[in-house]
Write a protein that binds this ligand. Structure first.
Ligand code: ATP
Length: 759
């Protein structure tokens, strides 16, 4: 419900002017050109009118007070419409409780709503709702929610009453739709369509994003799979390492311990053998016993030699003695018979031989033997001479005494020989004993040598064992070093897991070859892990992010699809609602139109008829598009494919059917009937009628007045009029005057004054 209008700087209203609308019908009266129509235009302006033409201007500057010879021009034109927005029970409802009550602007929880628009000389415009800046669109939606459309069916300008009659069917339909309050639905629909468009665009965008990232995700996935394979290889390596290291460690420590122990034992045996050998060596170099034996043998041999030598000399001596004795015996016999000495040859030969023999002895070294030989030679020569040189008598006697002495000598020599034979025997036995003793001693030596050999063998064996074990220990320590290297490598490649294992207490029952295979396996795995490449935390993160983004996009797409479907449904619901509301509204307007028409014309009839749509034709021509202009783009307009509305009239007692054939008064009456009918069906909060009654005669003016009263029950009326009858129906009368300063002034007046002013 209108409360008041405040005008400042708008057209001829240079100063702030306030119109209160406390009555159902307010009439504005005044002389021509005083600024009455400017008031109606002030309404249009404040409600967001975009057409300058409908406000009788070319530029927005034309709306600002342009000044006069006595007043400066204004810089700003501002109009504020103030509505009462108290909750009200709508006609036809019973005020049973407060919740049934609704506000004119249901969306605004204020008891008073002011809509202000201002323009500046630079052409800029601003809109304010309750003092807060808003967009034109917000004002339009707000007005639509209160069934105040912008197409002006509720503001009928001067001379424009029959505009609806002259309008194109499509435009007419727009006016009707506006009057039926379809604007609110249209706005909703437009809103939904825009959202749908945006949603569809978003969907396309999301889809293209998904398509864009899909190959990247595939690539990352492959990377991640590769990394996972690498990770499982690492795990495999860690497990293999645990087994291998566990066994290897125990193996090495066991082997080391064993080798060390064996080496110690071998060393011990070696030391013992060496010590024993040394002892033998020492004994061998100082073989006193052996030497004693040898000496004893040597002494025995020398003694035996000497005795045998002595006997041999004795034997030869005995032989000579015996020979001499024989000769002497023979000579004794011969000498006694012959004075000549006859020396037998053989005697000479014997002598010779004997001398030779003894000479040989003399040539020897044994002094005793030489002595003995010489003695023997002297005796030999003497005996020879005595035997053959002495005279017979003497000789004989001599010979006989020689025989005696030789015989006794022989006796002595034989005794000596017996003695020497005994001595030889004794000495031989002694030598035998010495030899036997030595041999016995030598026998014990052989056993020792055997033992030494054995010891030497042991020594050699243990020495090589020590060498071998040292080699083994070196090998083991190299293996330990290698194991350390392997552990470091495994740590680097497979992390601490590779070294996380409980130490083994027992080696598996297997050949060493198995562990070597294990080692090779670990090496192979290491190579594979190295080839698989490490790192990748960022790739994984990137992949997760990409997947999360993809999931997000998929969800978003789903959400968008849902809201798209929801919007389509809303649009189709709105279409249905628009159609039903329109169809029902059209029927009700028609009923009312017929009634008002019959009332105005005292009979006859009129109705709105939907145009026949050409099959397959588009609803709106290009020229029409142009006519609507750029400004209309932002607003819901009749869409293509909608049938326009024709008016069919049936005047009483006349056979006129074409609108063009009606008189000016008849046209005014018809359009008034239609405007009123439309207002009846969906009453706007207010209706401004600028000299709609100008063409009416007295009788029709009265009917018009009656209709106004009827209409004022549902909508607030502001009538600009020169008509006495109309004035008489108003509760409040404002007079507008314009002085020589060109500024419109407003004054509250009485009916009588108004009649005077209007003239
Ligand atoms: P009628 O009864 O003849 O229809 P009216 O009372 O409706 O007349 P308007 O048409 O409202 O009169 O007033 C027009 C007056 O407003 C003119 O005098 C015009 O000079 C004046 N006017 C229009 N625009 C401006 C403006 N921008 N600045 C000052 N005065 C203006």
């Amino acid at each position: 419900m209108l409360k008041r209008l405040e005008i400042a700087g708008f057209k001829s209203f240079a100063r702030k002017t306030v119109l209160d609308f406390s009555s159902a019908t307010t009439a504005v009266v005044g002389p021509n050109g005083s600024g009455k129509s400017n008031i109606a235009e002030a309404f249009r302006f404040a409600l967001g009118e975009q057409s300058m033409k409908s406000m009788r201007g070319k530029r927005s500057e034309d709306l600002i007070f342009s000044g006069s010879h006595s007043s400066a021009r204004a810089n700003r034109a501002a109009v504020t419409i103030v509505f009462d927005n108290m909750p009200r029970v709508r006609p036809g409802h019973h005020a049973s409780n407060a919740t049934d009550a609704t506000r004119t602007f249901p969306k605004l929880d204020f008891d008073e709503v002011s809509i202000e628009r201002a323009v500046f000389r630079d052409g800029t415009s601003e809109y304010l709702v309750n003092g807060a800046k808003v967009r034109l669109r917000d004002v339009q939606e707000l007005l639509a929610s209160a069934n105040i459309g912008e197409s002006g069916h509720h503001i009928i300008s001067q001379g424009e009453a029959d505009r609806i009659l002259l309008a194109h069917p499509r435009e007419r339909r727009a006016m009707l739709e506006d009057a039926l309050g379809l604007k609110a639905f249209e706005f909703k629909k437009l809103d939904a369509e825009r959202k749908l468009e945006k949603t569809d665009a978003n969907m396309r965008e999301v889809e293209s994003l998904r398509r864009e990232i899909a190959p990247h995700i595939r690539f990352l996935k492959k990377q991640v799979e590769r990394l996972e394979r690498a990770a499982s290889l690492v795990q495999e390596l860690a497990l293999a390492c645990q087994t291998y290291f566990g066994i290897e460690e125990l193996y090495l420590s066991t082997e080391k311990e064993r080798a060390t122990k064996e080496r110690a034992q071998a060393t011990e045996r070696l030391t013992a053998a060496a010590a024993q050998l040394t002892a033998f060596d020492e004994r061998n170099t100082n073989d006193v016993e052996g030497m004693k034996h040898a000496e004893r043998i040597r002494v025995a041999e020398r003694e035996l030699d000497r005795v045998m030598q002595e006997r041999s000399v004795l034997s030869r001596e005995l032989g000579r003695v015996e020979g001499a004795l024989e000769g002497a015996k023979k000579r004794t016999v011969a000498v006694a018979h012959d004075p000549y000495i006859k020396i037998p040859r053989d005697e000479l030969e014997i002598l010779c031989t004997e001398v030779e023999n003894q000479s040989q002895v003399i040539e020897g070294t044994n002094p005793e033997a030489i002595k003995a030989a010489l003695t023997s030679l002297r005796a030999l020569v003497r005996v020879f001479f005595e035997r053959f040189g002495t005279p017979n008598d003497d000789y004989l006697a001599d010979e006989e005494s020689l025989v005696h002495s030789l015989e006794s000598e022989r006796e002595g020599m034989l005794a000596k020989d017996t003695q020497l034979a005994e001595s030889t025997d004794t000495n031989r036995k002694a030598l035998m004993r010495a030899r036997e003793a030595s041999m016995a001693y030598d026998e014990t030596g052989r056993e020792e040598r055997h033992r030494v050999l054995e010891l030497a063998e042991v020594k050699a064996r243990e020495e090589s064992a020590v060498v071998r074990l040292d080699g083994r220990l070196r090998e083991l320590s190299m293996m330990s070093e290698e194991l350390e290297r392997e552990r470091a490598e495994a740590l680097a490649l497979a992390g601490s897991a590779a070294l996380s294992y409980a130490p083994l207490t027992q080696l598996p029952q297997e050949e060493r070859r198995v562990q070597e295979d294990r080692k090779r396996g670990v090496e192979r795995l290491k190579i594979r892990v190295e080839e698989a490449g490490g790192g990748g935390e960022d790739v994984k993160k990137e992949y997760e992010d990409a997947v999360a983004r993809e999931t997000f996009l998929a969800r978003e797409l789903e959400d968008l699809a849902k809201s798209s479907a929801g919007l389509r449904e809303l649009i189709s619901d709105l279409d249905t609602e628009l159609t039903t509301t329109f169809t029902e509204g059209l029927a009700r307007v028609n009923a009312s139109f017929g009634e008002f028409f019959a009332l105005m014309f005292g009979g006859g009839g009129a109705k709105l008829v939907l145009e026949e749509l050409p099959v397959g034709g588009r609803g709106r021509s290009e020229e029409e598009d142009e006519e609507l202009g750029g400004e209309a783009d932002d607003l819901p307009v009749a869409k293509a494919g909608k049938a326009g509305i024709e008016i069919s009239v049936n005047l009483p007692k006349k056979r006129v059917q074409a609108l063009m054939q009606l008189s000016g008064g008849e046209r005014a009456l018809t359009s008034i009937a239609l405007i009123f009918a439309m207002s009846q069906v969906n009453p706007p909060p207010f209706l401004i009628l600028d000299e709609t009654d100008a063409a009416l005669d007295e009788a029709n003016s009265r009917r018009y007045g009656d209709m106004i009263e009827e209409l004022a029950k549902k909508s607030q009326l502001i009538v600009i009029s020169h008509n006495r009858e109309t004035m008489s129906r108003a509760g409040i009368l404002y007079g507008v005057t314009m002085g020589s300063d060109g500024i419109s002034k407003l004054l509250s007046i009485k009916f009588d004054e108004a009649v005077a002013v209007a003239k």
